[in-house]
Write a protein that binds this ligand. Structure first.
Ligand code: AHG
Ligand code: MN
Ligand code: MN
Ligand code: MN
Length: 322
C-alpha cells in the first residue's frame, strides 16, 4: 500500500507543497495521540479562556492549535498560518510559497464525550511580496485553494485530501505510523437518503429554509424525501466524511440571530476546504444562494451559511431560495 509521501511524489509536482501536506500529516498523528491520551493526560475539559470566535476553548483546541502552529512555522515552505484559534494570521517564513489555514480541532464540543473530532486544513499560494501576518494575503476565494483536506479522528484516523485532481483517502497505520492510501477518486453519490441539520435553530432560519425542511420532513422535496434518515454529529468533519462515503446533505443555514454572523461555520477554514473536497468529489456547495468557493472573503474569521453534499439535493435547496 502507498504511503502518503510516495503518493504525493507521484501526484504532486511541487516539492514545497508535498512538504506542507506531509508536515500536516505528521502533526495530525501527534494530535491523534493526544486525543487518545485524553483524561489520562488531564487534557480534556475547558482551557478557561475564550477565543476570537467568542467560544470557550477546550484544552485540546489550544494543544492542537499550538502543535500545528509550531510545526508549520518550522517549515520553510510556509509563509504564514491562520487558525480558528488565532485572532490574527501568524507570520512564519518570509519566502515560504504557501499560506496554511486550519481549524485545529473541529467539533470540539464532542471531545469531553469521546465522540469524533477532526482537523481541517486549506492551503493557498502566498501572493508575491505578501507578508505572513498580512490578513489581506489570506482573503482569497475558495476556488483559489491549492489543496484542502481533513484528518478525522474516529475509530480509524483518516486523512481526506485533494490537490485539485480528485479526492483521496489515507488511513493511519499506527504500527508503522504511516498514512496509507485507501481510496482514489472518491465520488459523492448523486442521490441520497440522509440529511444533517441542527433542528434546534429552526426558528432562526430564513422562511425558504424552513419551507424546504418542512417539505423534506413530509417527504415532499424529491428523491431524498422518500426515505430519509436524519443525522447530527455536531462535528462538520464527521458529517462531511459520511457524505463523501455514502452521500447526503449537510446544512448549517443562515441564522437571523446576529446579522454579523450569517451562519455558524467559518468560510476560510471550514466551508472552503470542505467545499473543495466536495466539489472535487462531484458534490455541490452553496450558501443556498451562491457558490461558497466564489465568495470574496472580507475577513479570515468570516462566517457563512452552508449547504453541501449530493449535487441533486443541494440544487433542490437552492430552488427554494430563488
Ligand atoms: P468547532 O468545534 O471547530 O468550533 O466547530 C464546530 C462546528 C462544526 O464542526 C459543527 O458542524 C457545528 O459547529 C456544530 O454546531 P452545533 O454545536 O450548533 O451543533
Ligand atoms: Mn471552535
Ligand atoms: Mn470547526
Ligand atoms: Mn475548531
Amino acid at each position: 500500500m502507498l504511503r502518503l509521501r510516495t503518493f504525493l511524489q507521484q501526484h504532486c509536482d511541487n516539492a514545497e507543497l508535498i512538504d506542507v501536506i506531509d508536515q500536516l500529516a505528521v502533526t495530525c498523528k501527534d494530535i491523534a495521540h493526544q486525543l487518545t491520551l485524553g483524561d489520562l493526560a488531564g487534557i480534556l475539559g475547558s482551557a478557561e479562556q475564550e477565543n476570537v470566535q467568542g467560544e470557550c476553548q477546550k484544552k485540546l483546541d489550544v494543544i492542537a492549535n499550538d502543535l500545528l502552529k509550531d510545526s508549520l512555522a518550522a517549515l520553510p515552505a510556509v509563509r504564514g498560518i491562520a487558525s480558528e484559534e488565532e485572532p490574527d494570521p501568524v507570520a512564519c517564513n518570509e519566502n515560504g510559497a504557501y499560506l496554511v489555514l486550519f481549524d485545529p480541532l473541529d467539533g470540539s464540543s464532542n471531545i469531553d464525550i469521546n465522540v469524533t473530532v477532526g482537523t481541517i486544513f486549506s492551503i493557498l499560494a502566498a501572493p508575491e511580496g505578501s507578508h505572513g501576518s498580512d490578513e489581506a494575503a489570506y482573503l482569497q476565494p475558495g476556488n483559489q485553494q491549492v489543496a484542502a483536506g481533513y484528518v478525522l479522528y474516529g475509530p480509524s484516523t483518516i486523512m481526506m485530501l485533494t490537490t485539485g485532481n480528485g479526492v483521496y483517502s489515507f488511513t493511519l497505520d499506527t504500527r508503522m505510523g504511516e498514512f496509507l492510501l485507501m481510496k482514489e477518486n472518491i465520488q459523492v453519490p448523486a442521490a441520497t437518503a440522509e440529511f444533517a441539520i441542527n433542528m434546534s435553530n429552526q426558528r432562526f432560519w430564513l422562511p425558504a429554509m424552513q419551507q424546504y425542511v418542512d417539505d423534506l420532513l413530509k417527504g415532499e422535496t424529491g428523491p431524498l424525501g422518500k426515505r430519509y434518515n436524519m443525522r447530527w454529529v455536531a462535528a462538520m468533519v464527521a458529517e462531511i466524511h459520511r457524505i463523501l462515503t455514502r452521500g447526503g446533505i449537510f446544512l448549517y443555514p443562515f441564522d437571523n440571530r446576529d446579522p454579523a454572523k450569517p451562519g455558524k461555520l467559518r468560510l476560510m477554514y471550514e466551508a472552503n476546504p470542505m467545499s473543495m473536497l466536495m466539489e472535487q468529489a462531484g458534490g455541490r456547495c452553496s450558501t443556498a444562494s451562491e457558490a461558497i468557493m466564489a465568495i470574496q472573503p472580507q475577513g479570515i474569521h468570516q462566517r457563512v451559511s452552508v449547504v453541501m453534499g449530493s449535487a441533486e439535493e443541494v440544487s433542490i435547496v437552492e430552488q427554494y431560495h430563488h
